[in-house]
Ligand binder design. Structure first.
Ligand code: MN
Ligand code: MN
Length: 293
């Protein structure tokens, strides 16, 4: 039986290969990686929709062994389920993501999503929040993503965390690395979310606060400095280093992580391929840290 033939699963597009090290079948997997090649058509700087496949292509050059954790991805039970086939429009696409993640949760596995524009996170968080009402959401991003709407749109990257707040409410969202947003977003954040600007120095107190709760982690790759990762749609100077982000994410490895995603890689803005390679390495480390312990 192929993955797409499984009862109740959305159709998957055929993909020529899997992400390196994700050798498990769906049935045996503890962790299910999948791509969401979604992007709002009107976006000015585009290309996030090709990120999942670009990462798979790049991953053939990556070692599956983590020298940091001394674990090989091939010893973890990870399945690459391919890319979700999405209906057109944000809301139908989000419904598809939610139902896929819900199925993965209900099968006792962890969904790991590769975006795509950052709004895709909302679909995954909906699935998790409906199963774990006390879910905490940890958000690494250069941008606050707290706009109530943007140019008349309510389901775009700029509004993503505000839509997550609509679901989970006050005190459940922790933001790190934020260095761009409107005056309204920053003042609204004061009463509703815990936001650390620029860095993630408060990660240990966050980890302590969410220790007994299920956690969803979302990474917008523009949290990293554009000198290290120029391949993203909205580069924002003054960002975190890979090492700082890695250290922060390592502090979360003891938590009950029920899902995570990596979004907003736009490979076309970095001809060197460095940004895609960085994203692959980050994914490897997160997969090992959160699903292989
Ligand atoms: Mn961003
Ligand atoms: Mn974002």
């Amino acid at each position: 039986m192929t993955f797409a033939e499984m009862d109740g699963m959305p159709d998957m597009e055929q993909t020529p290969q899997i992400f390196a090290g994700c050798l498990s079948s769906y049935e045996d997997a503890r962790t299910v990686l999948f791509g969401v090649p979604y992007e709002t058509a009107s976006r000015r700087r585009s290309g996030a929709d090709i990120a999942p496949q670009a990462m798979r292509n790049e991953s053939v050059r990556m070692e599956t062994f983590s020298p940091y954790m001394r674990v090989d991805m091939t010893d973890c039970l990870i399945c690459d389920a391919g890319d979700l086939e999405l209906p057109s429009g944000a809301e139908p696409a989000l419904d598809t993501i939610e139902s896929f993640c819900g199925k993965v949760h209900d099968d006792g596995k962890m969904p790991v999503m590769l975006g795509g524009e950052h709004i895709v996170t909302l679909g995954a968080v909906r699935a998790a929040a409906s199963r774990w009402p006390d879910l905490a959401v940890l958000h690494f991003d250069a941008h606050a993503d707290l706009k109530r709407e943007f140019m008349g749109e309510t389901f775009v990257g700029y509004t993503m965390m505000r839509r997550v707040w609509d679901l989970v409410g006050d005190g459940r969202i922790y933001q790190f690395g934020v260095r761009s947003g409107s005056k309204e977003e920053f003042s609204w954040a004061m009463g509703h979310v815990r936001m650390e600007t620029v860095s993630a120095n408060s990660i240990d107190s966050c980890a302590e606060a969410v220790l007994s709760r299920p956690v969803y982690i979302t990474i917008d790759l523009d949290v990293i400095d554009p000198a290290e990762l120029p391949g993203t749609g909205m580069p924002e100077a003054g960002g975190m280093s890979f090492h700082a982000l890695y250290d922060a994410l390592s502090s979360l490895s003891g938590l009950d992580v029920v899902g995570f995603d990596i979004c907003e890689l736009s490979p076309g803005y970095d001809d060197s391929g460095t940004s895609t390679a960085l994203a692959c390495k980050l994914l490897r480390e997160m997969l090992i840290a959160y699903s292989c312990s």
